[in-house]
Design a protein around this ligand. Structure first.
Ligand SMILES: CC(=O)SCCNC(=O)CCNC(=O)[C@H](O)C(C)(C)COP(=O)(O)OP(=O)(O)OC[C@H]1O[C@@H](n2cnc3c(N)ncnc32)[C@H](O)[C@@H]1OP(=O)(O)O
Length: 418
């Protein structure tokens, strides 16, 4: 047997996908399988076969990810990584990582690679840094209370509950809002045709007694400005009081009035006393609209998205900076040595250039820390406090300046996995 990965053939997909499910001890529905198959970019998928059977899988998706400043940057989305229990700890994952990053570099079009990890310790060694965290929330809507500023309440958008027999128009309205929301928040992924189905997957085995997914759209002058997708799980207390739960799947809004109208709607659904979500942005504005934040529980999802610059120069030049910056970074990248070296980053809120230089470095860091800080959700200063970024000329103020420049006024967020 060889651990050398090779590219997947179309005809091998079913067996390859079954081996992925088996490695996760998972099952799927016909709908999920059909969607995964249609989204798979076969020519970007790798496998390892032993005696003709697939024993390891890995894939890439061709995404574009929003970065600070609003550009959509081509990003290789690492996905469907698995190695059969019989073949683990022999270096197969490492060989996948090697091949993927070499291929992405050779193609020269994707300066970033990104992934969500099944386990936190796996991917740092390959240069992936923790870039996005999110909140899991549980709001006691019977007690938290919403406090909408008067102008928002007055500008109320018209709400329409969409039924499943309106599926096509529902998806079109939501996707129109989503597409406009993407550049506004780093980490958001453009949804190419087909991907609009991903957040709609609603297999019965995962509902645990909740209703099928519903959708509410906020319209202004007939145009969609916000949407929320949710399920309701009905429950009753011992004394027969309604105690149901609104399970919020996703919510995007283009303006504060549309946003507020949706939260008001979610708070007011009869027979429910909770709104819960397991994935909201760290800076989700509802936190400022509730009267009683102590009736809301928020828990940090410690790691949502990991990011890796594949081409440090192109990645740093693709985003903008919150403050003018001109500094030399010494980057260490053991796994992709083409990134190792000194890079001069010069930029501001309009754009940036980043090129190799022989000038002395101001800051030294690994590519993993650069990936963590890239979307603006992890402070370079905090990484320095952790001893992971070194200021070559202490007290020069460069660390603070670069940390400020890299920050983002909007918390990065990944609305759904891949
Ligand atoms: C983006 C995604 O798709 S995430 C999904 C990942 N898949 C899963 O979690 C499914 C179940 N697990 C598996 O399939 C496998 O155990 C994998 C893919 C996690 C690892 O595959 P392997 O072929 O065993 O890894 P490999 O032998 O190449 O190990 C490479 C390195 O990662 C380390 N490593 C591997 N798995 C883990 C883990 N779960 N936790 C911590 N470290 C790990 C190894 O110790 C090794 O370290 P080293 O570089 O210091 O020597």
């Amino acid at each position: 047997m060889t651990t050398e990965p090779r590219v997947l053939q179309d005809s091998e997909w079913d067996a390859w996908y079954d081996s992925l499910l088996s490695a996760f001890a998972s099952t799927d529905s016909a709908e999920e399988r059909e969607l995964r198959r249609s989204l798979t970019e076969t020519e970007r998928c790798l496998g390892v076969w032993d005696e003709g059977r697939p024993v390891a899988t890995a894939g890439l998706f061709s995404f574009r990810m929003a970065v600070p400043g609003g550009a959509l940057v081509p990003t290789a989305g690492v996905t469907m990584v698995s190695v059969a229990p019989t073949h683990r700890r022999r270096g197969i994952l490492r060989s996948f990582m090697r091949r993927q990053l070499d291929d992405v570099r050779a193609a020269g079009t994707e300066p970033l690679a990104a992934l969500t990890a099944s386990e936190a310790p796996i991917y740092g060694r390959f240069g992936y840094g923790l870039a996005v965290r999110s909140l899991a929330v549980r709001i006691d809507t019977s007690r938290a209370g919403l406090r909408l500023p008067a102008p928002l309440a007055a500008e109320a958008a018209k709400l329409r509950l969409r039924q499943s027999d309106e599926a096509a128009s529902l998806v079109a309205e939501c996707e129109a809002v989503y597409a406009r929301a993407v550049p506004r928040r780093p980490g958001m992924l453009e949804r190419r045709p087909g991907w609009e189905r991903e957040p709609l997957l609603d297999p019965e085995r995962l509902r645990e007694g909740a209703s099928p997914l519903r959708c509410v759209v906020a319209l202004r002058d007939g145009e969609p400005v916000a949407y929320a997708r949710y399920a309701v799980r009905t429950r009753w207390t011992e004394s027969d009081a309604p105690d149901g739960e609104v399970q919020l799947r996703d919510l995007e809004a283009l303006d504060p009035a549309g946003y507020a109208a949706l939260w008001q709607f979610l708070f007011d659904i009869d027979l429910t006393t909770w709104v819960v979500s397991d994935n909201r942005p760290l800076d989700d504005p509802w936190q400022h609209l509730v009267e009683n934040i102590r009736r809301c529980t928020t828990r940090l999802n410690t790691d949502s998205l990991y990011l890796r610059p594949v081409d440090v120069g192109a990645a740093l030049a693709a985003r903008t900076y919150a403050a003018p910056v001109d500094a030399v970074l010494r980057v260490e990248d053991d796994f992709c040595p083409w990134n190792t070296g000194n890079w001069r980053l010069s930029g501001d809120e309009k754009g940036a250039v980043c090129e190799p230089t022989r000038d002395a470095a101001d800051l030294a860091l690994s590519v993993r820390e650069l990936g963590s800080a890239y979307l603006g959700g992890t402070s370079l200063g905090a990484l320095a406090d952790a001893g992971l970024v070194a200021e070559e000329r202490p007290s020069s103020g460069v660390l603070r300046a670069v940390s400020t420049a890299l920050s983002s006024g909007t918390a990065p967020f990944l609305p759904h996995g891949f």
